[in-house]
Structure formats: structure tokens, C-alpha cells
Ligand binder design. Structure first.
Ligand code: ADP
Ligand code: MG
Length: 245
């Protein structure tokens, strides 16, 4: 699904260059559930923006679902994003003056689909928010807003969901409800890449990738023993892997 080869993203800051992503090689298969973790500034969001085709690499190659997206033009990239990828952000990024159902329908309008209302309502049903369809974001709780954002991310039935700190602005109980939705999507075959600095969230994935200074420094499959060890570590409060960004 995702093939990164020597992917780099550099930013010029005055006279110096920030190596936000410094030569990443990574393969993620269809249907995987991967968490991406690391301290603030380690390059997690940069990696997500590149994987999500929201930004272009300075160098290196990226194939998404067999397509060399690093060679595409802006318009083609926008089509790929719309068809293949759903995004969930820490701050929800909903349109405030618009109802939940109309927020969910936005990607459908971009893809020029008809009967947007039916599809948007179906997506809201998947996240258990049918009753809130006509509410505006300001009339919803944080957890409900994030569920609307997830409905918007899945409305085009993308193969890939990218979530950057999706539980970062939520209390732990609400965060668990959001994670339950990601587990359902994974069970239904969606590929999920989730950025989090919270170890007990990261430990819920099947595979965990750790970043430091723009590089991938660890990449492990989580079996039950490793998962319990990480969860115990998280609850002991020792060794935090990062801080909110
Ligand atoms: P994370 O999400 O892990 O906190 P980021 O990917 O946001 O890390 O940032 C990685 C590094 O790249 C940081 O040093 C950050 O300051 C830098 N960076 C990110 N975006 C930009 C940008 N648009 N311009 C300059 N530097 C940036
Ligand atoms: Mg970040």
C-alpha cells in the first residue's frame, strides 16, 4: 500500500536546513494497523503529510497503492487524496458554520458524487452519530466532533486512513471510543496509520514505528507480550515517548 524509499523532507530556515524527514525507507501493507510514535519534532507529522500527499518530498520516492505519487502534478495528487485517503486530525478541522452531515459530505462534493446526503448519513451511522446529523460542531462534544471528522474521512470509503494525534485533545475515556472506531475500520480491511505520542494508544496497533530526528529508529510487530509490556510502561508513567505537538 505504502512504499517509501529514502524519503526526505528538508526545510530551509534562514541559513540552516531542518531535516524534518531524513531518509525514510518504509513499507506498509494493505490492511495493516500501524502506529507512528516519537518525541515532539521527530518528524511524525512531516511523514504523515508526505504519506497523505499533502506535501511533496525534497527527494526520494513514494508509491501509494502501486502509483508513483512523487511524480504527480497537484491536480492528480488531489484526486488520489480524495479517492484513496481519509484524514483525521487532532483538532478535528471541521467547518464550524455547517452541520455534521454537511461536513461529512465535503469529500463527496469534491469527488462530484450524487446523493451525497445518503452517503454522509451512512458514514455518520458507522460512527454512531445519526442523531447529531443536523448539529453544528459548536453543538457537539469533543468526542462527537472527532467522530464527525472520522465519518468525513471514511465517506469516500478510502483504503487508507491517516490519523495525526486523533485522541490528543480528548480525555482518555472519549479517546477509547475513538480508538474503538479505528479498530472497527481495521477489522473491515482499512489500512490505518496513526500518529500518537501516547504509548497506550500506540500499543493498540499491530505494529509500532518509532521516529527520532527525522529517522525511523525502530519498527516492530506488536505481539500480545510486547503490547502488555508497552501498556504497563504507559501506565507506570515511565519513559514517555514524547509530548503533544
Ligand atoms: P512531529 O510531528 O514529530 O512533532 P514535525 O514533523 O512536525 O514533528 O517536525 C519535524 C521537524 O521539522 C521539527 O524540527 C519542525 O520544527 C520542523 N518543521 C516541520 N514543519 C516545518 C516547516 N513548515 N518549516 C520549517 N520547519 C518545519
Ligand atoms: Mg506532529
Amino acid at each position: 500500500m505504502i512504499e517509501l524509499r529514502q524519503l526526505r523532507k528538508h526545510y530551509k530556515m534562514g541559513d540552516s536546513i531542518v531535516h524534518a524527514l531524513d531518509g525514510a525507507d518504509l513499507d506498509i501493507g494493505a490492511g495493516e494497523f500501524v502506529s507512528l510514535t516519537g518525541a515532539s519534532g521527530s518528524g511524525k507529522s512531516t511523514m504523515m503529510h508526505l504519506i497523505g500527499c499533502l506535501d511533496r518530498p525534497t527527494s526520494g520516492s513514494y508509491r501509494l497503492d502501486g502509483i508513483a505519487v512523487n511524480r504527480m502534478g497537484d491536480r492528480q495528487l488531489a484526486v488520489v487524496r480524495n479517492r484513496k485517503i481519509g484524514f483525521v486530525f487532532q483538532t478535528f478541522n471541521l467547518i464550524n458554520r455547517t452541520s455534521a452531515v454537511d461536513n461529512v459530505a465535503v469529500p463527496l462534493i469534491y469527488s462530484r458524487k450524487t446523493s451525497t446526503k445518503t452517503a454522509a448519513m451512512a458514514a455518520l451511522e458507522k460512527v454512531g452519530l445519526t442523531k447529531r446529523a443536523s448539529h453544528k460542531p459548536s453543538e457537539l462534544s469533543g468526542g462527537e466532533r472527532q467522530r464527525v471528522a472520522i465519518a468525513r474521512a471514511i465517506v469516500n470509503e478510502p483504503k487508507l486512513i491517516l490519523a495525526d494525534e486523533p485522541t490528543g485533545n480528548l480525555d482518555s475515556r472519549t479517546g477509547e471510543q475513538i480508538m474503538a472506531i479505528f479498530h472497527q475500520l481495521h477489522a473491515a480491511g482499512t489500512t490505518i496509520v496513526l500518529v500518537t505520542h501516547e504509548m497506550d494508544v500506540a500499543a493498540q496497533a499491530k505494529r509500532i514505528i518509532r521516529m527520532r530526528d527525522g529517522k525511523i529508529v525502530a519498527d516492530e510487530i506488536l505481539d500480545d507480550a510486547k503490547r502488555s509490556a508497552l501498556q504497563a510502561e504507559a501506565h507506570a508513567g515511565s519513559q514517555p515517548v514524547g509530548s503533544p505537538t
